[in-house]
Design a protein around this ligand. Sequence first.
Ligand code: ZN
Ligand code: ZN
Length: 239
Amino acid sequence: MRLQDSFDSILNLLFPKHCLFCKAKSDWYICKDCLKTIKPYKGNRCRICSTPIAATQKPAVCPICLSKKRYFNKGFSLFNYEEEQIKKLIEFIKFNDYPQLAAILFEFSGKIKSLDIFSNADFLIPVPMYKKDIRKRGYNQSAVIAKTLSKITKIPVHYDCLNKIKQTEKQVGLNYEKRTKNLSKAFEVGKKCFNKRYTVVLVDDVFTTGSTLNECAKTLLRKGIKSNFFTLATTPFKA
Ligand SMILES: [Zn+2]
Ligand SMILES: [Zn+2]
């Protein structure tokens, strides 16, 4: 391979010339026109877990937050996972080797900085993956999202506060109770973080029923750590 060719292929890796969404020429992974179609969710939300709910729902709390114990204080999800463009975005980040797309968060820096979930937070904590699973995927997308959020909020990421110590089955298709059972004793707090009275923000890709975030929050709270959470996207509540 000529030097110029290998230089070109490296450039191509760094700056893809085509939009992943529409294939048009683009200097970033998503072209300007497609970027315009990616918008934060603006409808009604559960005031505890941020999941979309009907405007008529009074109080503005989703059925899961109403009926189950939530161990996190409050959460926020930026996008609605039911939107086609958002689903595509998450798929690229999570399954198709494009964690760099988490940089989309910079488009919404102003909104993110204004969120109350970050006020008084000592650390951002990515929802951990089991070691073997990270090796398989090559990265933990939640850690990449947390790193990006850290650049925006200036809150440091703590990687050793929470570990996943058990490989769990896939959560797809399971209801809240089964998900919770599946995750039981899956996480562990790192010794350095015991009883430090931290307030942290857990970071994940998608909020579905909140069972994963709830289990993480429960594990942290047992060692005296309070938590909020941030996820890229949320799924509207389905009974
Ligand atoms: Zn495009
Ligand atoms: Zn809720």
